[in-house]
Design a protein around this ligand. Sequence first.
Ligand code: F6R
Length: 614
Amino acid sequence: MCGIVGFTGTKKAAPVLLNGLEKLEYRGYDSSGIAVRDGENNPVVIKAKGKLEALVEKTNGGETVVGSCGIGHTRWATHGEPSETNAHPHVTADMNVVGVHNGIIENFQELKDKLIRKGYDFYSDTDTEVAIKTIDYYYKKYKVGPIDALAKTMVRVRGSYALAVMFKDYPGQIFVARKESPMIIGVEDDSAYIASDVPAIMNYTRNIYYIDNLEMACVKPGEVVFYNLDGDVVPKEKKVAEWNVEAAEKGGYEHFMMKEIHEQPRVVADTIRRGLGGTVDSITDEGMGITDEDLKKASLLYVVACGSAYHVGMAAQYVLEDIANISTRVELASEFRYRKLPLDKNAIMVVISQSGETADTLAALRKAKEAGIRTLAIVNVEGSSIAREADSVFLTQAGPEIAVATTKAYTAQLIAMYMLAIKAGVARGVISGEEGARYVEEIKSIPTKIEKTIDDKERLQWFASKFSNITDAFFIGRGLDYAVCMEGSLKMKEISYVHTEAYAAGELKHGTISLIEENTLVIGVLTQAELIEKTISNMKEVKSRGAYLVGVTSYGNYVVEDSTDFTIYVPAIDEHFVASLAVVPLQLLGYYFAVARGLDVDKPRNLAKSVTVE
Ligand code: F6R
């Protein structure tokens, strides 16, 4: 949630900050602000409510703000409504400390009460103002400098944070601290950059340093020094970010979401290549991040994730259980982390996450590690917390995903899970090496088939324009198709604000069918030969109560066309892998519904891309 940027160097800071914030706007966009210092002068703090454009306008693209050291923030409100007052940066009354924060300070009220007793006043409802004033309090009380003040604050606060702070006595320097919330530092020539995520600074540098939990750093032009909580210097290795700049730009598309939908064939091909680890058709231990031996021994798979990544787990469950004959429990990370349940030490836990920073998924991963369970992360962001903490990692090759609604990362995660299923199937002797190779060949056909599916987009656009004013829609399917429905339903509701629900088709008559009225839109996903007739029966049940039926199926299943009002075909493929294709028209439908309703597709209300709070 929230995006942080920082810059110190020899050029104007404000345009760099605004450019970075633009790339981070997917993390939060209800208000934004910057603080820029010119030499020893006090910082100029400028904030605006609403989208970043408001701040850009206010500062004339940063051109009117003088100074070469600054911090910036784009906010996703947690404490206090979106407003200019609550927007970051927050400052002390004497401008001694100014800072921005991403995360949540859980004990902010207790700290605030203490600071009020010590004579501090508060102007906002935010926990961040409390954090900044706590830093100021320790800085003035102990007079040992910024790192000491930050360390004392870190010991005192509970919660998660990435903090970037400037101190009056330290012109040209930015101090940062981190616990749980993401933060990276880039250094190039005589400049240094701070950001919540790589795309924010990719235009300027690829030389990245990762700050770990409970660490701090002092950032100066061309230099960064890291410290632990004791104030000792921590040596760090520089990493070179591989993502390219174009990947984080719209590239001629009107929205990132559409661009990312179109990137899926490439993403699938790259992700398969990763799993094959240089071979033609066998998934290597190194490529997958887990050995055959481990997969052979595993008694059970826990698959834990949130949102769309959880839907990947739901779809993969059918594939894993069928191809690898391994019991698979798919769990929502937010539930799993607090549940008291007997954990099987001989299991493997697979966590799935695009950002690698989702707080609940990270907590679930830690819970498994504490229980002595081996963990594998399917993750898109290299160097993210989940990528660093899991025992092993499969890096999906989606590249930077900017639209808040995931598309290409979902698809890449699905491919990774297919590969895991195929590898586990061969390792456990459920399928032969030849069968495994055949499955690999089949998933290699997915990129071309996704392209074909996208080619049909105009028909979907037409359909969306006709139905865009509906208030409700239901997605129904059985088995794997139900898992696809869950993702299709989420895609539509999160960006078009149409109320949608995904239902296991057989469950409709246990309650939901009472919601069906004349012209209620019901989208059935029917790709599993054995289950098509069953789902058609359920569709007929809603049709006879007035529903308008859309069917999503594979070429060849022409029976669907006879029973639906509008049919969407995807290319035929081995049924295990059909989710990769069937989800594409549903992504497009969600997109076109949102566009037809005049909504901000890439930045749906109330949402943030990276959910670093629980
Ligand atoms: C929906 C969406 C979210 C994420 C979820 C998990 O379009 O993007 O539901 O899938 O917040 O995020 P990651 O994968 O970063 O852990």
